[in-house]
Design a protein around this ligand. Structure first.
Ligand code: FES
Ligand SMILES: [Fe+2]
Length: 367
């Protein structure tokens, strides 16, 4: 048996869990409206978001550089955010200050040298994303590459979005998401599976940039929705699951010309709180809303079960957050931590990342 312990200081959630210089979904598209300011919290950074007159979203640090008043209490005219305390004005996209009402004529102070923290902001796949440069929202030397898009395999598709807040640090939530062994105990249901349906699984994994992939395989025989899918499409389905730093899980199910593609992200809000966001797109029988039904009925039920388990786990984590990661069932969790530290090391030393997964690896567990 291989076993390893990951020790850490007590108290769940450490600032070191946060990974900077990545895109994170800040709010859902419909939460950010034109000419309106709305708050969000990402990686323990308060943000104020909005859309300019053309609809382009922006994200500023919700802290006025003058005396820390939250900018979200201020006015927004479609281009500039005006702080409600002393009326300083900031360009919504760049954070640059362009007016300080208290200045007298002939003042030497150059207000254009003052900036509110700001974060690159983009809209994609149903979310407004912010690129979290650093906690201050400063010193962005180059524009980041765009938000990775959810793979889609044809022009016409349906979509769905689900979300939940989880009372734990991002690491616990992510390893909870990739953990195959809790299924038969937490996600029991007559139409899905019972603990008696446990059987041996064997899956192949391979390294991908900043992550790892469960190679294309036939979905588990003991999972009902996949059986439904096969019945409907008449084609055998294959599924591929990727995990990519910092927080993204992609799953693709393909059956002939049919496909279902989803992304789940777990985004840190505060050190002890995170949010799960699920976005799916599919082209399976759009005239017969079976996938929509599966996603919108079974999806929330799954998420509720996971949320409940995490709420209970938090009770124990208050006293002990060391963990035992055992054998292949917990191998993905170990890879996650190893990826994180390999990534941090590569950043620190400015060298290529040493990937913890060496070529094809077969993992075996019972679930
Ligand atoms: S605190 Fe914002 S203008 Fe003074
Ligand atoms: Fe789960």
């Amino acid at each position: 048996m291989t076993m390893s312990e990951f020790g850490s200081s007590r108290g769940m959630g450490r600032a070191s869990e946060m990974m900077w210089k990545f895109w994170y979904p800040a709010l859902r598209t419909e939460q950010v409206r034109r000419n309106k300011l709305v708050r969000a919290m990402l990686l323990d950074v308060p943000l104020v978001l909005g859309r300019d007159t053309t609809g382009k979203p922006f994200a500023l640090r919700d802290v006025c550089p003058h005396r820390a008043f939250p900018l979200s209490f201020g006015q927004f005219d479609g281009a500039n955010v005006e702080c409600a305390y002393h009326g300083w004005k900031f360009n919504a996209h760049t954070g640059q200050c362009n007016a300080i009402p208290s200045l007298t004529e002939g003042s030497k102070l150059k207000c254009e040298r003052i900036y509110a923290g700001s974060f690159p902001c983009e809209e994609r796949d149903g979310y407004v994303w912010a690129y979290m440069t650093n906690p201050e929202g400063r010193g962005l030397d180059e524009l980041p590459s765009p938000v990775p898009e959810l793979p889609k395999f044809g022009g016409k598709f349906e979509t769905a979005q689900l979300h939940a807040e989880l009372p734990c640090g991002v690491d616990q939530a992510i390893i909870g998401l990739m953990d195959p062994a809790h299924g038969p105990f937490v996600h029991q249901a007559w139409w899905w599976r019972s603990r008696h349906s446990i059987r041996e699984k064997e899956k192949q994994f391979e390294p991908i940039p900043n992550g790892f992939r469960m190679s294309a395989h036939a979905p588990s025989a003991n999972s009902a929705p996949y059986k439904v899918l096969k019945l409907l499409t008449g084609e055998p389905a294959t599924t591929t699951i990727d995990f990519v730093l910092p927080n993204q899980r992609f799953e693709q199910i393909r059956a002939g010309k049919y496909w279902l593609s989803s992304r789940t992200t777990v985004t840190p809000i505060r050190p002890d709180r995170c949010r799960l966001d699920f976005y799916a797109a599919w082209n399976i029988l759009p005239w017969f809303p079976v996938v929509s039904f599966i996603v919108n009925v079974f999806g929330p039920r799954f998420i509720r079960q996971d949320t409940e388990v995490i709420e209970k786990q938090a009770m124990g984590l208050k006293y002990e957050d060391r963990m035992m990661l055992i054998d292949d069932a917990d191998r993905q969790a170990r890879w996650y931590f190893e990826l994180k530290s390999a990534y941090a090391e590569a950043q620190r030393t400015a060298t290529p990342m040493k990937h913890p997964v060496n070529g094809l690896v077969t993992l075996r567990w019972r679930s």
